[in-house]
Design a protein around this ligand. Sequence first.
Ligand code: FAD
Length: 410
Amino acid sequence: LTAKKALKGLVAMSESVAVVGAGLVGCLAAIALAKRGYKVTVFDYRKDPREKSTTDRNLRSINLAISSRGITSLEFVDVEMAERVLKDIIPMKGRMIHHLNGREESQIYGLFGETINSIDRAVLNNYLLDELDRFDSDKVQLKFSHKLKKIKFRDPKELQSCVFSTDDGVEQVYGVNFIVGCDGCYSTTRDQMQREVRMRYSQEYIDCCYIELYIPPSKTYVEEFRGNFSLTPDHLHIWPRHKFMLIALANKDGSFTSTFFGPWKLVESLLESRSRVEEFLQENFPDAMALMGLENAVQCFMTYPKGALMCVECEPYHVPGGRCIILGDAAHSMVPFYGQGMNCGFEDVKVLMKLLDANHGDRAKAFQAYTETRHRDLTAIIKLAVRNYREMSHDVTSMAFLLKKKIDSW
Ligand code: FAD
């Protein structure tokens, strides 16, 4: 620690774990660990997103599709908790393809009513934080405005020390038995691990930008949709236009969160003038513009943040001796087209807890087994996610063509 920064003190805890990141995966990991008797402290550099005064918009209010992979993982941790945090989900039984000529085509996901489910990421995160508040404070503590800067890995028998910076410029050092890094795709935990273990690591940006748009609730109640929805809420809506696309997922209040995906060059060239954006949106998504309001859509397209999409792969996921492990986007960031980033992160928690249980809490063995058994699955899903961009933006426009291709190959 530098002399300039005051060191408030080393907080020593026994049988303790620092969960870095109070996002979706960090919260679930913390709940699962607390249920197993560990003393959990969750750190996040954000302010508490549930505080009304919080203007922190790091976690954008995008909608996520939660699938059976994610739901069964939540249920594995705690069935009643899963029921509480999933109370706002909207089931989606298929895709609704919006063709350029205005034709709508429903493509059902399964023959037996299988669904994926729309949920607001911020709402789900807040519910999971509420679940952490249900534990006694000697079991779980939440520390916001704490940014992990450095980890000093020590002998497995000693406490690992984590250095955090806080809003008041003070550095805090916490000694814990082990660390679970759930600090997202730009993970500091992963970065610190790379100094301790020979980690194979790759990070790749894909040429795709995303912009969040919005379809407001319909002014009138629509009997057929049982709400103020202007599109059917039980589908994931896609406007596939080959090189770019628009999607929309329903919210409880009747609105839809919509996301545009397209190559950076296209977006940058459109942004050169307002009229180009207007022309582009009207030409390619006339029906969606009628619902969003063209003026409003153009304004959002021009001013809202432009998100980059990347894939992160690494191995191993842990530091030997059961000292540290990374889960969620920290370990495997993937592009969103397969809707599996969070689902997979939730599954990480389930897989790790099963291994901890099977190894009677022997972290060294459980973490080693996690890296050995999880890597193949994670690599596969990262690839599937990239491949699904073509499926969503292009292949869905011609299911008949795909079917013929399949039949021809038999
Ligand atoms: P994050 O949500 O990134 O949380 C990380 C947390 O760590 C944050 O709270 C952050 O503040 C904190 N943090 C970071 N650094 C530090 C530090 N140094 N110190 C302390 N705290 C720190 N997934 C799905 O399953 N289904 C979908 O439909 C889906 N759609 C998506 C659509 C889009 C447009 C995008 C971009 C992603 C989508 N995803 C989807 C992926 C999903 O959002 C992520 O996989 C998921 O949010 C990862 O959760 P996480 O907890 O691992 O990381």
